[in-house]
Structure formats: C-alpha cells, structure tokens
Design a protein around this ligand. Structure first.
Ligand code: NAD
Ligand code: UD1
Length: 331
C-alpha cells in the first residue's frame, strides 16, 4: 500500500513517515522544501532503513503532482503540506489562501481521477474558535480570527463537499491540538524559521541560550494560574493517530480530534521543562497575545472509540524529547 505524504519532510509529516514505514506502508513524499530541509530525507531513511520515494514539487502544481500518480499506485494521501504561521497569514493572506486551498483542491481532484481510497487532512483545533473546552467534533465551529485558521475551516468544507460526490471514499479530517516534542532518536523534530511563534520551540531556544527569556502572554486568564491552557500532544503520538486514521476510517467524511484531553498551562509546561531537563528558563509576564483564547483541550472520546487511538506519551516525555532534539541542533 503506497501512501502519498505531502509535506512529509516537515515537523509532523516526518514523524508520520516513520510510523507509516514501521507499520508496513510504502511512502511517497511530495515537499517543496519551503519550510523544511532535504537533510530530513536522509534521516528518515536512516531511522527506518527503508527506501522512500521523494518528489521536490509544489503540491499546488497539479501537472507536476500528477506525475506521482502516474509513477505510483497511490492508495492513500496524507496532506500535511501548507503554511502554518498565524501572524504571517495576517500579513500575507493571499499566499496562505492560495497555498493551503490550491494544494487541497489539486490533491482532491487527483484523488478522484486516480480513485484513491483514503484522504487524510491536517486540520487544527483552531477551527473551534473560542468554544468552551473540551472541544467536541460535532460542536458548531466559531469564527476564526486569522486567515490561517480560515484556510483550515475552508479546506474542511471543500473536502466535506467533495466527499458528498464520492461517498465510497474515506475522507478524514484530523483536528490537531498542540503538537510538541520530537522523535526519541533526537534526529527529527521541529525547526522553526526565525523567531518561534509557538511556546515549545521558544522554550527550547531559551534553554539553549539562543534567546534570552520567554515572554508569557498574559497571566490574567480565567484559568487556575492565570496563564493559557492547551492540550499538548507528543508528535509521535500524533503521528500514530494518522496510521490509526488510515486503518480505521470509514467511508464518507470522518472528523477526529487528536489531543490528550488534558489541559496544561504555560507555567505548568515551563516548570515541567525545568524539572525534567534541569535547565533554567527565565521568563517575563507580558500582555496577552491578540487572538489567543484562555483554554483549549480536546474531547478525545470519538478518536478512542472509533480509531482505537489513545495517546501514551506524557508531558515529561514531550519536554525531554523536545530538549534532546534542540541540544542536537546546537552540537
Ligand atoms: P511544517 O511547516 O513543519 O511542514 C509542512 C511541510 O509542507 C514543510 O516541509 C513544507 O516545506 C511543505 N510545504 C508547504 N507548502 C507546500 C506546497 N505547496 N507544496 C509542497 N510542500 C509544501 O508544518 P507542520 O507543523 O508539520 O504541520 C503540518 C500540517 O499540520 C500543516 O498543514 C499545518 O497547518 C497543520 N497543523 C499544524 C499544527 C502545529 O502546531 N504544528 C497544528 C495544527 C495543524
Ligand atoms: C497556535 C496557533 C493556532 C494553532 C495551534 C495548534 C498562533 C497564534 N496560534 O496556537 O492557530 O491551531 O497553535 O498548534 O500561533 N505563549 C506564550 N509565549 C510564547 C508563545 C506562546 O506565553 O512565546 C502561550 C500562548 O499565549 C498560549 C500557549 O502559550 O497560551 C500556547 O501557544 P502556542 O504554542 O502559540 O499555541 P496556540 O496559542 O494554541
């Protein structure tokens, strides 16, 4: 069974490639290296000891993309390729809409033409907006505050409408909560370009001395310690969730949260990082970040019931693995 993994050299894609290969799938990667390095491919080959077909192409280019379907018998697609920086999406909305929507449409067209059975899409908890946690898959989605989030909600809609025209296909929308951590080998992980927007890569860069201190965006939220609460999920667990989705998804449209169901505050994550890794993280409390919500965590019961998916890694594993990867980067 060959699975086309778009964005397979990125943070979540690379970890998913490893899980797919170890579950016996053949993998074909399409990535344009806009937010990843080609060296990741060698690391994936080294970690898996398997061959991986790789195409350096832009997934929005349907003609080039079609070559893959002509060269390989593709049974499933996992579509990670996309831009993901919220702030950048406010500054460059058109490039976000173009990249994130055209890639999804081109892939869906080819999935239809080449009769691909499964299509798994990387969505985000951001589509829930400021709902009350735990977020449940059948909740009405609330307004998104930025173009990035909008591309996720629009892609979900596009794929839902596509599914109505081909009801025998298995289409799965996975709403990720906050993926952090890294592969335990320390070889692959998250490498943000420029100043990290997200909490975990910022923490690891403060720990390594690349940045002087962490800025905590607000301690006056209605949460136990006043800082924002999120559902952090280890990227290896998240990757396993994709294999479960491929194996168990039903015909039609399937939506699943991938999270742990546990809310962790900014201060709790920092203190766990300090205790587990025995490094200091200087921080300062500053203003809230516009668009942030107080609390976001998943109701995980549907993924557990229907996919048999349950996370196994702890927050301690997440901070240990994230730090191991960052230390390898500075070696
Ligand atoms: P990433 O940037 O590390 O990986 C994305 C990969 O896609 C990169 O390797 C990039 O080079 C490639 N890419 C981008 N546009 C492309 C195009 N047009 N053609 C070919 N390749 C292209 O991001 P990630 O964290 O691994 O996220 C993967 C997916 O999951 C994204 O769609 C993202 O929006 C979604 N997601 C991520 C998070 C998160 O916190 N990381 C949360 C929710 C959803
Ligand atoms: C981010 C994305 C969101 C995406 C989600 C899942 C932004 C604005 N939003 O949200 O679209 O769906 O990831 O991966 O990027 N924090 C600090 N200091 C920092 C960075 C973050 O205090 O330097 C706080 C935030 O206020 C928040 C928590 O840490 O309370 C987590 O932030 P982050 O890692 O950016 O994730 P989300 O805000 O959930």
């Amino acid at each position: 069974m060959a699975i086309l993994v778009t964005g397979g050299l990125g943070f979540i894609g690379s970890h998913t490639v490893i899980e797919l290969l170890s579950s016996g799938y053949e993998v074909v990667i399409a990535d344009n290296l806009s937010n990843s390095e080609i060296s990741v491919l060698d690391k994936l080959k080294k970690l898996s000891n398997k061959t991986i077909a790789f195409y350096e192409i832009d997934v929005t280019d349907k003609d080039k993309l079609e070559l893959i379907f002509l060269n390989h018998e593709i049974d499933g697609i996992i579509h990670f390729a996309g831009y993901k920086a919220v702030g950048e999406s406010v500054v460059n909305p058109l490039s976000y809409y173009y990249n994130n929507l055209m890639s999804t449409i081109s892939l869906a067209e080819l999935a239809s033409k080449y009769d691909v059975e499964s299509f798994v899409f990387s969505s985000s908890a951001t589509v829930y907006g400021d709902n009350v946690s735990p977020f449940k898959e059948d909740m009405p989605l609330l307004e998104r505050t930025n173009p990035y989030g909008e591309t996720k909600a629009m892609s979900e809609r596009i794929l839902s409408d596509y599914s109505k025209t081909e009801p025998t296909k298995k289409i799965t929308l996975l709403r990720y909560f906050n993926p952090i951590g890294a592969h335990e080998s320390g070889l692959i992980g998250e490498v943000p370009k420029g100043i990290p927007n997200n909490l975990m890569p910022y923490i690891t860069q403060v720990a390594s001395g690349k940045r002087e201190k962490l800025f905590i965006f607000g301690n006056d939220y209605d949460t136990p310690d006043g800082t924002g609460v999120r559902d952090y999920i280890h990227v290896v667990d998240l990757a396993r969730g994709h294999v479960a989705a491929l194996k168990k998804a039903k015909q039609g449209i399937n939506i699943y949260n991938l999270g742990t169901g546990i809310g962790v505050s900014v201060l709790e994550l920092i203190h766990t990082f300090i205790e587990v890794n025995q490094v200091d993280i200087p921080y300062e409390i500053v203003e809230r970040r516009p668009g942030d919500i107080a609390v976001s965590y998943a109701d995980t019961s549907k993924a557990e019931r229907e996919l048999g998916f349950k996370t196994v890694k702890t927050v301690e594993d997440m901070v240990r693995d994230a730090w191991r990867f960052e230390k390898n980067l500075i070696k």
